[in-house]
Design a protein around this ligand. Structure first.
Ligand code: PHE
Length: 447
């Protein structure tokens, strides 16, 4: 496997992984979850989850990926020869295609809003009208499907260019741009009238608000947001070179991902309070409330445009990483060409992505266990398959894999000494699996 492709630079490797982690999960889901679960209290628990569970599982995936330089199935065959663990790869391939499908349906909405924003059609409406517009749009089968397909074709285009020229190059440009746009927006948000109220809501923990639901919500959010348990970071780590310090990279990714989520909160909550809305607005916060908020600011055209460009970039670098799992799998395990594997991935995602997009309109009555296809894919992947994957990776690296192999990966063959080595090991073996099992069981049976 010596000629296997690698990221060209360490910065590129980190940019790509941060690109995977930062996405709708940070900018759309985090403010919405934090809003529902009481702001500061949620943030505090979220930070604890990222530290105790997030970083150790990222490290576990990194150890497997970088240690073997293979796709998830090949890696498990190498680390557990003759065992059946590698059959679990199908679970991750299925999960990644499910997430890609429902995620691209939302990305289709982003394309629509981006086009509307660019052509100046986002201005001059009231909150009520934004609400109606959103509902009318998701009920329109043609527009939703078209934009979902268009998004997937852009995704395909980047992936076809491979790891270095496609993924790494796009991440190197988009990630810094994303930070810049987000910082501009948060500076703007901080100048709003009731900014202080929004900031207080986000940063002052009210301990009486900490309930089991808040803890579970925060853990689930950390999982989705850090792209954990899907073998996505494992696949990216298989392109890392041997001098990449895994614990340090994992920490940088977790910190930057959290910074983006907090910045998204700093953009949204001051605006929510200033314009007399409630933080509990839910999933429509981004598509209905934000445009209504931008509307009341001077230069609304630019704010709308900047925001949807930001969301588009963030989502694209995430869908690229989800797709890469199956592309590497099919091309290495089934000897497909990269182009063929990319086309296969896109083809499957187009079919299911369009079905997910339609489940807000014409296919809304098609229910499986009472859920639309979109909801089913979201539930099965985020609540079942991701936590299951996280439990597996932490137990597998914590207990099963040869200790020396793990140590060599963590210390880059004894050339570096991560200071938190012992804590990471403890969290990987005990804290993460136990904590994730609790979320997992609660997610399945606790409602
Ligand atoms: N972490 C991404 C986000 O926050 C979503 C994602 C999940 C990406 C799983 C890859 C794998 O939007």
């Amino acid at each position: 496997m010596s000629e296997r492709v690698q990221f060209a630079t360490r910065v590129g490797a980190i940019a790509a992984s941060v690109g995977s982690a930062v996405g709708l999960g940070n900018i759309w889901r985090f403010p919405c979850e934090a809003g529902e679960h009481g702001g500061g209290a949620f943030l505090l628990i979220y930070l604890a989850c990222v530290l105790l569970m997030g970083i150790p599982v990222i490290v576990a995936e990194f150890v497997i990926g970088r240690g073997t330089h293979r796709n998830v199935s090949g890696a498990l065959q190498q680390l557990a020869p003759g065992k059946k663990f590698h059959w679990l790869s199908w679970m991750w391939i299925t999960a990644s295609l499910m997430i890609l499908s429902f995620y691209s349906a939302v990305c289709g909405w982003i394309v629509e809003y981006l086009i509307q924003a660019a052509s100046g059609h986002m201005s001059g409406l009231t909150l009520e009208q934004y609400h109606e517009r959103f509902n009318a749009f998701v009920a329109n089968p043609w527009r939703c499907s078209l934009w979902t397909v268009l998004f997937l074709l852009i995704n395909y285009y980047v992936l076809r260019h491979g790891v270095k020229r496609g993924i790494e190059r796009v991440a190197n440009v988009m990630m810094p741009l994303l930070f810049i746009i987000l910082i501009i927006l948060s500076v703007k948000a901080l100048t709003l009238d009731k900014a202080a109220e929004g900031i207080r809501f986000l940063f002052t923990p009210d301990f009486s608000k900490i309930t089991p639901r808040v803890v579970i919500g925060a853990m689930g959010q950390a999982f989705f947001s850090l792209s954990l348990g899907l073998s996505c970071l494992l696949t990216y780590a298989s392109y890392f070179n041997n001098s990449n310090r895994l614990v340090r990279s994992a920490t940088i990714i977790a910190v930057l991902d959290t910074v983006v989520a907090v910045l998204a909160g700093i953009v949204i909550f001051p605006a929510v309070f200033t314009y007399g809305m409630t933080p509990q607005e839910g999933p429509t916060l981004v598509f209905e409330v934000l445009p209504a908020i931008f509307q009341q600011m001077t230069g609304s055209y630019v704010w709308n445009l900047l925001f949807f460009i930001l969301l588009f970039f963030a989502s694209l670098t995430s869908t690229i990483s989800m797709s890469e799992i199956s592309i590497t799998f099919f091309s290495e395990e089934y000897k497909m060409s990269r182009n063929g594997a990319t086309a296969l991935n896109t083809g499957i995602a187009v079919v299911f992505g369009v079905l997910c997009a339609l489940s807000f309109g014409v296919l809304n009555d098609l229910r499986i266990f009472g859920l639309t296809l979109f909801e089913l894919f979201d539930f099965v992947s985020s609540n079942i398959l991701l936590p299951a994957g996280g439990i597996f990776f932490s137990l597998f690296v914590g207990w099963y894999v040869d200790r020396r192999f793990v140590r060599d990966q963590l210390t880059n063959f004894s050339t570096v000494t991560p200071r938190v080595h012992g804590i990471i090991g403890f969290c990987m073996r005990w804290v993460a699996p136990v904590a994730i099992t609790i979320v997992f069981l609660y997610g399945l049976f606790g409602h």
